[in-house]
Structures are given as structure tokens and as C-alpha cells.
Design a protein around this ligand. Sequence first.
Ligand code: FAD
Ligand code: UDP
Length: 374
Amino acid sequence: MKVAYLVIGAGFTGAVLAERIARELDKRVLVVDRRRHIGGNAYDYYDEHGVLVHKYGPHIFHTNSKKVWEYLSLFTEWRPYYHRVHAVIEGKEVPVPFNLDSVRLLFPPRLAERLQEKLIQAFGYGARVPVLRLREVEDPDLRFLADYVYKYVFEGYTQKQWGFRPEELDPSVTARVPVVVGRDDRYFQDTYQAMPKHGYTKLFEKMLSHPNIKLLLGTDWKEVEDVVKCDRLIFTGPIDEFFDYMYGRLPYRSLHFRFLHYTVRQYQSVGQINYPNEHPFTRITEFKHLTGQVHLGTTVVVEYPADYAPDQNDPYYPVPRRENQERYVLYAREAAKLRTVIFAGRLADYRYYNMDQAVARALKLFAEVIARDA
Ligand code: FAD
Ligand code: UDP
């Protein structure tokens, strides 16, 4: 069998590229995914109770890119949604990102006021300060606060999530959730924040519905490698796997998801509650907050971080550490030698992309490489 374009992976990266090639170049594309569904990690479905859930953990869409927003809007309507997260700290539920209200809720009034004033003085109202930066302050009160936030918000959570302490990871990891010198309690600050009105899977169905696109699900790349010939291969799976681990395995972090259904309308006060300090899990997310679904019951997902064990669980997170990046570069060099193969996506680029970054990467790749070469 021969196709013009073979895309491995039906997540955001693969789906965007397939859609662009099919529509803009009017070329035929075969999309192969080893899972039995489209959507990659963003896949959602109605569980046995009729609640819309995300199979691979909660996915909240947010972007500053007008281009990405307008592109995805071709395939879905949106439900405006601002994600709000609380963390349980010393028995209290406080906003995360840690902000001036978190300070007020956790400390006695006079101390809280002093800390709030000093934060504003040091960084300016509205500033967003990564915890590792906050720990560099010299003022004893702010130093106390920095150590407190480090210990109660980041240390335990990060150790559970990654198996490393915050300073052992690239600083960009904990900088995703900075301390906010203000009262904005939204988890994200992006211009566009919304959920696909009818879910992610519906968005993917529309994206992949072009007659030039054929889907082959439940099939691994290895099974088609020798059978399907193509002019161009686009690979969105793990890059180390593609090269048979010739430079050793790239580490990934995995998760075990536990879904629980309750016959109450609402289980928790906000979409997500983090448990940095106790329990083996990191967070509990209640889908109805995200989706706005009206239902007599509710389903939550509890996330238990785990080491990635090939063939036993999935590689969800590349682990942003210098030594891993160095190993990735060895694979990237091999990739650059292959003229007809393109690597892209969270697993193939070994980058901690959010959904919008995966879409932006795919759109750029299409415009700057694939369309030009066609
Ligand atoms: P994927 O979605 O991983 O798709 C890759 C696909 O390739 C998979 O379907 C896989 O089965 C297939 N594949 C791999 N290898 C092979 C092979 N050998 N043969 C055949 N098929 C193969 N982003 C946000 O913006 N907001 C969020 O709230 C958010 N929450 C997240 C929560 C969790 C728990 C996780 C893990 C990720 C989250 N993300 C979030 C990130 C988001 O999932 C990714 O940005 C996005 O899925 C990347 O798309 P992708 O196509 O690159 O990769
Ligand atoms: N983090 C933390 N405590 C929290 C929230 C986040 O320590 O309450 C750290 C942790 O290291 C986490 C990282 O910040 O992995 C990024 O958090 P984010 O919510 O962006 O993670 P994701 O949704 O990608 O799993």
C-alpha cells in the first residue's frame, strides 16, 4: 500500500497536520494510532453514568494565540471557562496559584497584612513570581513566606508528580504556577480560555472528517512500517521508541487515573483541588465544573503519579531535566538525517507542550516545511 502522507498519532499534532494536508494540499493522508480512538491525550467520552470525562486526565484549553484560537474554532464552538484551583494546606482550602487571598486565609491578620504589603512593595501589584525566584529574597518576612509556599505548595506535590524536588527540574516547570501578587484566582492568564462546547472528541471528529483522511486505529506504527509506503512520514510518538532506544530511554512520567462517580450534583467547590502534602495522589478534578454539564450525579478523577513502565502504562510527561534534554538532542540529530520523516508533538519533540503549543507547532510546521515542500 502507498500513501502520500502517513501520520502516526491522532492527537492534536497529528490531527492538525492531517487536516491541513488534506484540506490545503488536497493530498491523501493515512492517520494511524495505536489507541482505539482519536484525540490523543485530549480524548473525552461519556462514562457509564452519562458524565463527559477526559480519559487521560483533565484538559483545559487556554491560549494567547489568536491564530490557534481561530484555527480550532473552525471545528468547535466554545464554552467560556476559567479554571480555578484550590490546594489543601494545613487543613484549609486556599487559591492556587498562591495569591494575596491565600496569604490572608493561612496567616493571622497582622502577619498576613505585613506579608501582603511586602510582596506588593517588592514585586508590584499584579506581578507573577516563580517560587524559585521568591526564595531568593532577603527580607526575613518574605523569606519566611517563600519557604512556606515552597514547603506547602510545591515540595510535596513536585516530589509526587515527578519524583524530583523543584530545583532538580527545569525552573520552567514550577514557573507554570507562579505566586501571584494580586487577587486574580484564575489558574491561567491567557486571552482565550474555554472548553470545546461538545467536547474534544467531537472537535477531533470534525477535524478528521475530510474525505482525504483515512484512519487506522488500534494499530501500532511497527505494524504498518513495512506494509505502508509513503512519500512523507510524520511521527508524533516517542522519538526514542522510533529509533529503538539507540541512545537509551528518554524518561517519561506516567499517571494512574482513578475515576469515581457520586450521586450528588457537586463534589467539590472548584474544578480542581490539589493535595500537595498528604495522600499519594496530587489532585482531584470534577469534570462538570469544566464542561458545564447538567447531571444529577458527578464524576471526578484522582491522579496518582507513577514511573513510566513501557507496555504497562503511558508516557504522559517528558521530564524536563538537563541530562534528558541532552539525550533528546542525540535523537534529534538522528531525526535530522532522515529527509522524509518529520517528528513533532509532545512525545516526538520531548517537550512539555500544552495543547495550544502542540497546535501552534503543527500549524507552523505545515506552513514552513510541509506546504513549501509539497
Ligand atoms: P498526544 O496527545 O500524546 O498524541 C500522540 C498520539 O500518538 C497518541 O494518541 C498515541 O497513542 C499515538 N502514538 C504514539 N506512539 C505510537 C506508535 N508507535 N504507533 C501508533 N500510535 C502511536 N494541555 C493543555 O493545554 N491543558 C491541559 O489542561 C492539559 N492537561 C493535561 C493533563 C494530563 C494528565 C496530560 C498528560 C497532558 C495534559 N495536557 C494539557 C497536554 C496535552 O495532553 C498535550 O499538549 C497534547 O495532547 C499533545 O498532543 P500530541 O498530539 O503532541 O500528543
Ligand atoms: N505544582 C506544585 N503544586 C501545585 C501545582 C503545581 O508543586 O499545587 C508544580 C508541580 O511541579 C507541577 C508543576 O507545578 O508539576 C506544573 O503544574 P501544572 O498544574 O501546570 O501541571 P500539569 O497540569 O501540566 O500536570
